[in-house]
Design a protein around this ligand. Structure first.
Ligand SMILES: *Cc1c(COP(=O)(O)O)cnc(C)c1O
Length: 359
């Protein structure tokens, strides 16, 4: 017997979503599997996509090394680049591709005295997000310096959007224009699109896409979107009812007595809490599916348990299965109820038993 809390991962859905991203964008697509593949398990996801992915993208070299050690031979891009010049030796050793987003990284490459081989560099421009990236006015000179250095095997132009999930703002169009203006005439591939851009900004399609959240079947948009509707959820988070309580009207439930029964209520205690990644800030009323019937979260989520309303769920009791998100309840609905985004919710999933299928 073990705690009946499961993250079921559908690898066939992951492959479906990757194909959708790649075919819609065209060209090549790096599957973004940073943060343990947004909580889904980076090695399992990389293995499932290995045959057809053009490569993978992660945030940090530790993540990339784990993938190599697990036998992943496809290109792996370090989206944040390296964090100290000493990592260049590992980049050589494991044959990683690296983003370069800051002047000090440029200098580290230009000044490197013992590179074993030239490095594949994705030179990132800050086209308007103002987080990382080379300033547009310096981009051309930096590009040319790297090109002339003999230390770079291939240079790819790259930028990242701040607001691609908002279809009606002109910030994205401005970023595309800034990128184009300041890379004009520089020979090589480009990469702009994250998931929302793949789904909604065809002006930004170039040689390489970098889909992340859409691979996991979650929409980056707050409104329905036709292409996002074709994504299939990869994770289903389920738990079991481990306690049942019949309460009269007027009784509090859980920490802080945040919920008081208004009518006689049958309460189910479910084996999932914020230590499993279910968001503590999810509000009373967040949908849950119990043995195939729609119901709701009631009261505060605690570390290991949460409480749901069983009143109108026929035959519900100990052992009933509760879907917290997955096939029937979009993770984005839960995220919205908790005042956050599906990215954060998925990254936080842990402790649940992971079960993989579809491959
Ligand atoms: C995380 C990340 C992506 C993927 O973004 P999604 O919105 O999840 O598709 C792409 N590019 C960069 C630079 C990133 O950091």
């Amino acid at each position: 017997m073990s705690r009946p809390t499961f993250a079921d991962i559908r690898l066939d859905h992951l492959v479906h979503n990757y194909r959708l991203a790649k075919s819609h964008h065209g060209g090549n697509a790096l599957a973004t599997i940073k943060a343990n593949a947004y909580g889904h398990g980076a090695i399992a996801c990389a293995e499932a996509l290995h045959e057809e992915a053009d490569g993978f993208a992660v945030a940090a070299i530790e993540e990339a090394i784990q993938l190599r050690q697990a036998g992943i031979t496809k290109p792996i891009l370090l989206l944040e680049g390296f964090f100290e010049p000493a990592e260049l030796a590992l980049i050589n050793q494991y044959d990683f591709w690296t983003a370069v987003h800051h002047r000090w990284q440029v200098d580290a490459i230009l000044n490197a005295s013992n590179l074993k081989a030239p490095i594949n560099v994705w030179l990132k421009m800050d086209s308007g997000m103002h987080r990382v990236g080379i300033h547009p006015s310096e981009y051309r000179a930096v590009w040319q310096a790297l090109e002339a250095s003999g230390k770079v095997s291939k240079l790819t132009k790259m930028t990242h959007f701040a607001r691609a999930d908002e279809p009606n703002v002109d910030a994205t169009t401005k970023q595309i224009r800034t990128f184009e203006l300041n890379t004009e005439g520089l020979e090589g591939d480009s990469s702009i699109c994250n998931s929302p851009a793949i789904l909604a900004w065809s002006d930004a399609y170039r040689q390489w896409a970098r889909p992340g959240i859409m691979l996991y079947g979650a929409t980056p948009f707050s409104e329905p979107q036709p292409l996002a509707a074709q994504l299939k959820p990869v994770m289903q988070l389920t738990a079991g009812v481990i306690g049942v309580r019949e309460l009269p009207a007027g009784e509090p439930i859980g920490y802080g007595a945040r919920f008081i029964t208004e009518t006689p209520t049958k309460v189910g205690v479910v084996s999932c809490g914020y230590a499993d990644g279910y968001p503590r800030l999810a509000k009373t009323g967040t949908p849950v599916m119990i043995d195939g019937h729609m119901s709701r979260l009631i009261g505060r989520v605690s570390m290991d348990m949460l409480t749901v309303d069983l009143t109108n769920v026929p035959n519900a009791g100990i052992g009933s299965r509760v879907e917290l998100w997955g096939d029937l309840i979009p993770v984005s609905t839960v995220a919205e109820s908790a005042g956050t985004i599906p990215y954060e919710i998925l990254c936080n999933v842990k402790r649940a038993h992971f079960r993989y299928s579809g491959k």
